[in-house]
Ligand binder design. Structure first.
Ligand SMILES: *[C@@H]1O[C@H](CO)[C@@H](O)[C@H](O)[C@H]1NC(C)=O
Ligand SMILES: *[C@@H]1O[C@H](CO)[C@@H](O)[C@H](O)[C@H]1NC(C)=O
Ligand SMILES: *[C@@H]1O[C@H](CO)[C@@H](O)[C@H](O)[C@H]1NC(C)=O
Ligand SMILES: *[C@@H]1O[C@H](CO)[C@@H](O)[C@H](O)[C@H]1NC(C)=O
Ligand SMILES: *[C@@H]1O[C@H](CO)[C@@H](O)[C@H](O)[C@H]1NC(C)=O
Length: 459
């Protein structure tokens, strides 16, 4: 008895171990999931899951993936040993859509349900065996078309209701892929030639509504708003630029007319200097005043020399100090344009410009024709002195308004010369008006800057 029992016990124990071992390897979670969740990922790309019932969305998404599996393998369900891997794969995908949502925990899905369905039915053949060929043909006819629109979708889903088995609790194992779910899974896989990854099928057979991701909507709105705002801004800028240009042209015209008027006045009356006295607060000094102020043009009073003549420091009759610029080689014939120059310069007041106080024109027997302009004396020395150190003190003020000064100078030059800031010559060469004027000044022809301009305004 015991001799007989020993090999029996051995067989029993080893078969138990074998069973135990095989059940262990079934638990091996490295078994990969045969379902292809990429299908669902591609469909949901750029879309968001409905904000409504997430568990319903998850369930329908899984059925769509099962339909793809059925189409590829004729099998409705993955093997139970891959259930864990399949949930994991689904969870990974869903984490990309809604981070931190535990599918099984939050929706109450049991792990094995993914491998259980409608009764014993796991394959296409088993399912079709439950239905007559006529029923299957009718379903194919009704569903083999695009289901994007609601009318063909309704035709298809109506025909599906005749598919067996229907959904008695008895026949359903688990509640993920029950017998009613099998109908859609089957129809998307075999009745409709577009397949489960078709958007119309996904919407009609699995109730997956793909609404575009809201943020992309927001981005579009933001882009539209930005474009509209930019458009309006450009319009406003163009409008005001046009208005400014028009206004400037008008002003220029008026100014030109004024200059022309004065010019003809000057010519008619031949009393240019009276005109200056009339229109500005300039003082007309007598030549004796000038001589007295500069101690008869003493060389000790010279504070600057140039091609145009010398600049003298002097004390005016009212006791104030002034700089007096005496022009060389003058003739009475140029008095009119000189008067105009003085008038224009005197009309300009700017913090960075030396104010013009007055002038003197005279013809003497001994010294010939004289032209002198009288300006405020800048006590702190010239910019040259500061920059090149004859005074010793460095500039403490940064040249904050230097560009202002420069552009004002350019405007002044434009005004005096009648040339544009950028002179374009015949041979298409460009010259800055400042360079052009500087060239003349260096050659001792400073007045030509002005006289050319006056001839131009006369035209
Ligand atoms: C799981 O199966 C693989 C082979 O498919 C094997 O290499 C691995 O050791 C198994 N793991 C466990 C825990 O059984
Ligand atoms: C599955 O099929 C077997 C026989 O093939 C049957 O005994 C069992 O009751 C069926 N189970 C269900 C849930 O239909
Ligand atoms: C479930 O099956 C039992 C017999 O196995 C039957 O009496 C019952 O009516 C069935 N229920 C449904 C809903 O079909
Ligand atoms: C599945 O059935 C269980 C009860 O067995 C229920 O609590 C759960 O809500 C059901 N889930 C779905 C998605 O129907
Ligand atoms: C569905 O229609 C296409 C042509 O539109 C056809 O090729 C295909 O065989 C049809 N499929 C079924 C299942 O009737």
């Amino acid at each position: 008895m015991s001799q007989l029992n020993t090999p029996l016990l051995f067989v029993f124990i080893s078969s138990f171990l074998l069973f135990f071992h095989s059940s262990l390897s079934q638990q091996n979670d490295t078994v990969s999931c045969p379902l292809d969740f990429e299908v669902l990922r591609r469909l949901t790309q750029g879309y968001m899951s409905p904000s409504g019932d997430q568990c319903q969305f998850i369930l329908e998404g899984l059925r769509l993936v099962q339909s793809d599996y059925l189409k590829r393998t004729d099998s409705f369900l993955p093997r139970v040993d891959s259930a864990e891997a399949c949930w994991k794969a689904y969870q990974d995908l869903y984490d990309q859509l809604v981070p931190g949502f535990d599918i099984r925990k939050n929706c109450g899905f049991k792990t094995e349900w993914i491998s259980q369905g409608c009764g014993n039915i796991t394959s296409r053949v088993e399912y079709e065996a439950n239905n007559s060929p006529e029923t299957l043909a009718a379903v194919s006819t009704a569903c083999n078309q695009s289901l994007v629109n609601s009318s063909p979708c309704a035709t298809c889903t109506t025909s599906l209701s005749s598919l067996q088995p229907s959904d008695p609790i008895n026949k359903t194992v688990g509640n993920v892929s029950d017998c009613t779910a099998y109908r859609s899974i089957y129809a998307a896989a075999f009745a409709n030639s577009f397949g489960p990854d078709d958007k119309g099928n996904a919407e009609c057979l699995f109730s997956l509504n793909f609404t575009p991701v809201k943020s992309s909507n927001k981005q579009k709105k933001a882009i539209i708003v930005v474009v509209v705002v930019l458009g309006v801004l450009v319009l406003v800028l163009c409008g005001s630029a046009a208005w400014l240009i028009r206004r400037n042209k008008l002003k220029k015209k008026i100014r030109q007319r004024e200059i022309t008027r004065r010019w003809s006045d000057l010519n008619m009356n031949n009393s240019a200097l009276e005109s200056i006295n009339g229109s500005t607060t300039l003082i007309r000094f007598t030549f004796d005043d000038i001589k007295e102020a500069t101690k008869n043009f003493s060389r000790f009073n010279i504070i600057g020399r140039g091609g145009y003549g010398n600049v003298y420091k002097g004390v005016l009759p009212d006791g104030s100090e002034a700089a007096l610029k005496r022009f060389k080689n003058c003739s009475a014939a140029g008095d009119a344009s000189f008067a105009h120059e003085v008038e224009v310069i005197a009309s300009v007041r700017h913090v960075n410009l030396v104010a013009l106080r007055g002038y003197c024109t005279a013809t003497t027997n001994f010294e010939g024709h004289q032209r002198i302009i009288v300006c405020d004396l800048v006590k702190n020395g010239s910019l040259h002195d500061h920059l090149f150190g004859s005074i010793g003190t460095k500039l403490s003020w940064p040249l904050t308004e230097r560009s202002d000064v420069y552009s004002f100078g350019v405007v002044l030059l434009e005004l005096l010369s009648g040339k544009k800031a950028l002179i374009i010559k015949n041979d298409a060469q460009h010259t800055l008006v400042a360079d052009w004027a500087w060239g003349l000044v260096r050659n001792g022809r400073a007045l030509e800057v002005i006289e050319e301009g006056l001839q131009w305004t006369r035209l």
